[in-house]
Design a protein around this ligand. Structure first.
Ligand SMILES: [Zn+2]
Length: 414
């Protein structure tokens, strides 16, 4: 889903003729404007200008690499096809212009246009054969970028047909379908940074706590952080595994992305963020951006990874890419053989085996006053949680317990 902004040409303008349109075709154009800043919003302003009214020129949508702007309602025609005032192109098709501004990412604009085209075909129950080039109606060399590129038009139609496929149905919630060892093996094979491999067990812990599939979020984090190598706007010391923005970001710079005190806290935030999408309760106190997601109309409704496109990230195929480029590979990775270190001979150990009974060494219950927020170290936490419920307390204690257990296990393995 890409954001569609409505910015209609005012009624009564010469380029808003208002003839009734029953869409039977979709006509694709390129703007032929490579100027810096010639994006969808700029074209929206142009269509409201006297220059556009004088021609008269108008179409229904302009698509750039970030947004789609709609200039006309879909039951009114525009003048874009060059086949005359009664031409089928002008009177029976929806016009879409794809931006060429050189400060935009053309491939993203094409993806967004393909997504929009597929959406319109579905909305009006039309087949792929109803997608036409401007050229089809009037012989103009348009869309010139798609026409000028080898297999350009073919690949555009292919992208449209991909969006026409029934949406993927990879569930976000449910039991883990991969083990943490499997995921770590996958990460190693993909040359992940050590920090990405080391954080995996925390994903499986929060997966068990929340009911979200840990391998799904781990795969998402691989995409977001380039397997923990980062290298984008987010820096490793921000402990932000999922590109989570601050509550009110101004752009896409480092400061627009949330920072978390520890890698583990970053994982907690990643799960909490997804909780807002799928309608689960967060663990502990959520970060600021959680509340922004919760206010979206689709909050709590998202079921499938493929639905994350246009929501978690701008790209329409964001979720598809998580599944196709990361998750499928993770799930197909065989578990590494478990190398059990032979148990050491008991005689040389300094600790005398005085205990006659193997007493349970770790119990979560009788711990001294626990820290309220999960953290690997008992870092000083001056601010107590406001009104932390008993359940949250319990869960956080469980996390600490499991983390300690894992640490000890890891030490034993060493
Ligand atoms: Zn055109």
């Amino acid at each position: 889903m890409v954001i569609i902004i409505e910015d209609f040409i005012p009624r009564g303008r010469r380029n808003r003729p208002g003839y009734k349109l029953v869409p039977r075709y979709i006509t694709i154009h390129d703007t032929a404007n490579t100027n810096v800043g010639a994006d969808a919003m700029t074209h929206a302003r142009y269509l409201k200008s006297n220059a556009a009214a004088a021609i008269p020129a108008s179409w229904h949508f302009t698509v750039d690499d970030r947004v789609i702007v709609q200039h006309l309602p879909l039951n009114e025609n525009g003048w874009h096809a060059g086949d005359g005032s009664t031409g089928t192109g002008n009177r029976e098709s929806i016009g879409i212009e794809i931006c060429e501004n050189r400060d935009g990412v053309r491939t993203e604009a094409e993806k967004n246009a393909a997504w929009l085209t597929a959406k319109l075909l579905k909305d009006f129950s039309l087949g792929l054969d109803r997608v036409k080039q401007h050229y089809y109606w009037s012989g103009k060399d348009c869309p010139r970028v798609l026409r000028g590129r080898a297999k350009g038009w073919e690949s555009f139609l292919n992208a449209v047909s991909q969006y026409l496929q029934p949406p993927g149905n990879t569930p976000i919630t449910g039991k883990a379908q991969a083990t943490v060892h499997q995921a770590q093996e996958w990460a190693r094979r993909r040359q992940a940074h050590a920090r990405f491999i080391e954080i995996a067990p925390v994903y499986w812990l929060y997966g068990a706590l929340t009911g979200i599939r840990p391998e799904v979020l781990y795969a998402q984090s691989a995409k977001e952080t380039a397997f923990g190598r980062f290298g984008g706007a987010v820096h490793p010391d921000q402990n932000n595994w999922a590109g989570i923005k601050v509550q009110y970001p101004k752009g896409d710079s480092r400061a627009d992305f949330e920072s978390f005190p520890t890698p583990e806290e970053g994982v907690r935030a990643h799960f909490n963020h997804m909780c807002a999408y799928v309608g689960l309760q967060p663990v502990g106190v959520p970060h600021g951006r959680y509340w922004v997601v919760l206010a979206q109309p689709w909050a709590g409704q998202v079921r499938y990874v493929e639905e994350l496109g246009g929501k978690w990230a701008v790209g329409a195929d964001y979720g598809i890419s998580i599944v196709r480029d990361y998750l499928e590979d993770l799930l197909a990775t065989p578990s590494p053989p478990v190398v059990e270190p032979p148990s050491p001979p008991p005689e040389t150990t300094p600790e005398p085996p005085t205990q006659p009974e193997p007493e349970p060494p770790e119990e979560p219950a009788p711990e001294p006053p626990p820290p309220e927020i999960p953290g690997p170290e008992p870092a000083p936490k001056p601010s107590p949680e406001p009104a932390g419920s008993f359940l949250v307390e319990l869960i956080l204690r469980l996390i600490d317990f499991f983390r300690e257990l894992l640490k000890k296990l890891a030490q034993k393995l060493k």
